[in-house]
Ligand binder design. Sequence first.
Ligand code: NAD
Ligand code: MG
Length: 381
Amino acid sequence: MGKKIILLGATGSIGVQTIDIIREHPEQFSLTGFSAGRNMELARKIIKEFEPEIVCVQNEQDAEALSREFPRTAFVFGGRGLIETAVYDADVLVNAVIGSVGLEPTLEAIKLGRTIAIANKETLVTAGHLVMESAKRYGAEILPVDSEHSALFQSLNGEKLEQATKLILTASGGSFRDSNRDQLKDVTVKEALDHPNWSMGAKITIDSATMVNKGLEVIEANVLFDFAYDDIEVLLHRESIIHSMVEFQDTSVMAQLGTPDMRVPIQYALTFPDRLPRPNAKRLNLAEIGKLHFREMDYVRFRALQLAFDAGRTGGTMTTVLNAANEQAVALFLDGRIKFLQIEEIIERAMDAHNPILSPDLETILHVDSETRKTVLNMLK
Ligand code: NAD
Ligand code: MG
C-alpha cells in the first residue's frame, strides 16, 4: 500500500505538484485525505482519481454537495475540518496551505507524533518555537519542503551539526531583481506576479518580489536548524540552480543543486531517507547553462529582508507580527488597494508599534496575529 498521505492545500501550487509525485509512484504512496479551498472543480477531479477517505473544503454547502456525490468519502469543512483532516490516520502529513492558518492543524498532528512535510513556512515563522518544541516532545519528525531548506537539510545530512558554521541561502531576486527602488514605486500586480524562475502561488510570488519570502526563509532556517541569525547568510543567485549551501568549520561548503522544480524537494520529504527515480524530469545540465551568477545581498534595496532579520533577532511575537502584517499587506496589494512599496512600509510600521512578548503560547500568538491584521487595516483609514 505504501505511505498514506494527508495533503493540506491540495489545490494549490505545492499541492498539485505533491499530487504529481503521488501519481508518479502509485506503489509508494496513496492519498488518504486532502483539503481544498474553494476550487471545487479541481477537488472533484482529485476525489475521482484517488478516492480519499476524508476531504476538507472551506464551505459547509460545498461539503454537503460533495458528500451526496461521493458517499464513500467523509467530508468536513472550515477550520475545524482542517484539523480533523490533519489528524486523520496517515504516515505523512504534507502541509501545503498558505498562511498561519496552517499552525493549529500542524500542532495537532505533531501531538500524534506524525511525520510532517512542511511547505507552509508561515507556520514556522509565526510560531516556530511551539512547533519545534512540541515536535521534540512528541517525537514528530519535521521535514522541509521549501527548496532552500531541503537543500540545507540534504547538505547537513550525515554531518555533525555543531561542525557546521554557516547556512547560505540563495535568492533568485524575484520579479524585480534588476530594478532599483525608484522603479518599484509604480509596479503593477501583474508585473509582480511574473517570477523569472519559479511558477508558484500568488502570495509567495509577491513575497519573492518584495524579498519577504527570503526573510521568512531566514527565520524558517533559524527555526528548523537552530542556527543563530549571525550564522545565516543570503546570497543572490539568479539562476536558482544552487538551492542553498552549508559551510563547515574546515571551510568546506556542501550544496544541493538541481533544475528549479519543486517536485524534487517535495518528493525527498516524502521518501527521506530514500530517493526515488524521476524518469521524466528534466536533468541538470551545467554545460548547457554555462555560467552561474552570484551577488552580495543589498539590504537597502531589499529592505524587507533586513526587517525579517530584525524580527528574527528580536524573537518572540515579533516574527508573528512580521508574518501577519505581510499576509494582510500582500492581500491588500493583490486587491489593488495599496502600492508595492507599501507592503514593506506596513510591515515596518506594524513591527514598530509592537511590544514583543517572549516565549508566547499559542493563545498569545493567535491573538497577536489577528490584532496585527486589524492594525494593518486601520493604517488604511
Ligand atoms: P497556493 O496559493 O497556490 O495554494 C494554497 C493552498 O492553501 C490552496 O490549496 C488553498 O485552497 C489553501 N488555502 C488557502 N487559504 C486557506 C485557508 N484559509 N484555509 C484552508 N486552506 C487554505 O500556495 P502555494 O504557492 O502552493 O504555497 C503553499 C505554501 O508553500 C506556502 O506557505 C508557500 O510559502 C510555500 N512554498 C511554496 C512554494 C511554491 O513553489 N509554490 C515553494 C516553497 C514554499
Ligand atoms: Mg523557497
